[in-house]
Design a protein around this ligand. Structure first.
Ligand SMILES: [Zn+2]
Ligand SMILES: [Zn+2]
Length: 139
């Protein structure tokens, strides 16, 4: 597979038993569907630093490609989406295979956000919020 930003061949890196694909040029990471969830469930906030310590931390800043980026796995179109439904972090996701591309620093952002979000939103409050939204739209 090749980096959607700069075309560099991705190399596999391991986080415990989870195998990810990393671009050694721009430091981006590819997660197949479900892998990002598994990495986040490890609940380690400095996992990106660990990967960089093990596999290198290049400082190359890629140009954002013209048009849209293509999925390294299935060649589908990558779409910029808010990560896990909140607005602090945007990530590139594939609509077809549901893989996720994270630029340098974005994995740290998602693992840090996970903590703050789960500290701040209890399930009860979230359910109440959803109910009020449902009422507002007349469901
Ligand atoms: Zn790259
Ligand atoms: Zn895809």
């Amino acid at each position: 597979m090749n980096c959607p930003k700069d075309g560099t061949l991705l190399e596999s890196v391991k986080v415990t038993d989870i195998e990810l694909d990393k671009c050694h040029r721009c430091d981006g990471l590819w997660f197949d569907h479900g892998e990002l969830q598994r990495v986040r469930e490890l609940n380690v906030s400095d996992i990106e630093q660990q990967i960089e310590a093990d596999y290198g931390d290049p400082k190359f800043v890629p140009q954002v490609p013209q048009g849209y980026m293509r999925c390294p796995r299935c060649d589908g179109r990558l779409q910029r989406r808010y990560f896990a439904g909140h607005t602090a972090v945007e990530v590139d996701t594939c609509e077809s295979c549901r893989g996720v591309w994270l630029d340098d620093g974005e994995l740290s952002a998602t693992t840090h956000k996970r903590r703050t979000i789960e500290e701040n939103i209890t399930e009860g409050r979230l359910t109440a919020l959803l109910r009020s939204v449902a009422r507002a739209v007349g469901m």
